[in-house]
Ligand binder design. Structure first.
Ligand code: UT7
Length: 329
């Protein structure tokens, strides 16, 4: 038998109905639609409303839709990997919650915490279980309910993020399609610039941490922007060179949707035109772990079997990287 690759054989996405426009944000902070669109490319984002709803309420409809599309039962899933920065609870892992809610009685699972690169890291990890021949069906989910950690008094962060996510199914492929290569990186010294100050073991929740609004995203935008532009583009160039890909032979760039200017800088560095780049930041903002599966879902109809696709991300940690896949269907 030939080498086993991990191929994406189905993809699905899900976003909540509620649309929060830039105009609505003007009610909370001193900002305006023109600034947000010019500086980020975002027009609106989705928000998951409702008491007691967590990120699993985004993941579950996405997964149920995927199972239906692929025509398989939840009991056929071997492993569930959930990339999220906003788990339902600190513990247990949201993967357990999802498995329970969908009835994946034969699966085990765990969460991956790598901020905006979580889906990329999870895809690379899930692929290994297929490549070794150990498993036949691995579910990789990326989603966030960013509204749960957004400070609606901080205009530098609350305008960027949104809720949503999606999932892919990985199955064995022996035709040379699927995940081909990955360049994955992290640099923990970047944690100073993008993090959540309280709620972890250094600073457990207290009245003081709540009063100081420390359970929200903290970001030094300018610094993160500089690192993101440089590193995401470099990872893409590295993976192209390693795989002898050129601007002509790359069919699609699927970039993390953090800022339209970062996306444009990355595609420019790769020498590829906008028509080959998946961009939906204007509709959903930055859904953190959700951006890549949401792009795959929305562009699924345009991808062709054998297409060379580069997925790329940059996020808190710092974490970043690129994955090269050959689309399998
Ligand atoms: O996904 C994880 C990784 N995250 C990222 O990749 C995000 C990277 N960073 C960014 O995307 C950008 O840095 C932001 C969108 C967060 C901010 O854009 P920027 O162009 O870097 O703005 P800035 O922070 O340098 O601020 C420029 C000006 C400042 O005013 P002054 O000091 O020049 O008078 C800010 O106070 O814009 C002001 N400003 C705003 N004005 C209106 C900052 N936020 C806003 C706002 N509305 N929401």
């Amino acid at each position: 038998m030939g080498k086993i690759n991990a191929a994406i054989t189905a993809v699905n996405g899900w976003v909540p109905d509620y649309v929060m426009t830039n105009q609505e944000l003007e009610k909370y902070v001193d900002t305006n639609d023109e600034w947000i669109q010019t500086r980020t490319g975002i027009k609106e984002r989705r928000v998951l409303k409702g008491e007691g709803k967590g990120v699993s309420d985004i993941m579950v409809p996405a997964v149920l839709g995927l199972l239906k599309k692929r025509g398989i039962g939840a009991d056929e899933i071997d492993l569930i990997i959930c990339a999220t920065t906003t788990p339902d609870m600190v513990f247990p892992a949201t993967a357990n919650v999802v498995a329970d809610k969908i009835g994946a009685t034969n699966a085990w699972g765990y969460d991956v915490s790598a901020a905006c690169s979580g889906f990329l890291f999870s895809l690379a990890t899930g692929a290994q279980f297929i490549e070794t021949g150990k498993y036949k069906k691995v579910l990789v989910i990326g989603a966030d309910k960013m509204s749960s950690i957004l400070n609606l008094q901080d205009r530098a962060t609350c305008i960027i993020f949104g809720d949503g996510g999606g999932c892919v199914l990985l199955e064995p492929n022996t035709e040379g399609l699927g995940v081909i290569d990955s360049v994955l990186k992290s640099d923990g010294s970047g944690r100073a610039y993008l993090h959540q100050k309280a709620g972890g073991s250094i600073k457990p929740a207290s009245h003081e941490t709540v009063d100081a609004r420390e359970h929200f995203v903290y970001q030094e935008g300018k610094t993160v922007f500089k690192f993101a532009v440089t590193n995401m583009a470099q990872a893409c160039v590295d993976i192209m060179e390693r795989n002898y890909l050129t601007a002509e032979t790359v069919n699609w760039l699927v970039p993390h949707q953090a800022n339209r200017r970062i996306i444009d800088a990355t595609s420019e560095r790769m020498g590829i035109g906008e028509e080959k780049v998946t961009i939906n930041i204007q509709k959903y903002g930055n859904t953190t772990n959700g951006t890549l599966p949401l792009c795959l879902w929305e562009w699924e109809d345009k991808f062709k079997k054998g297409d060379n696709i580069i997925l790329a991300a940059f996020g808190g940690g710092f974490t970043w990287g690129a994955i090269y896949i050959k689309w399998a269907y």
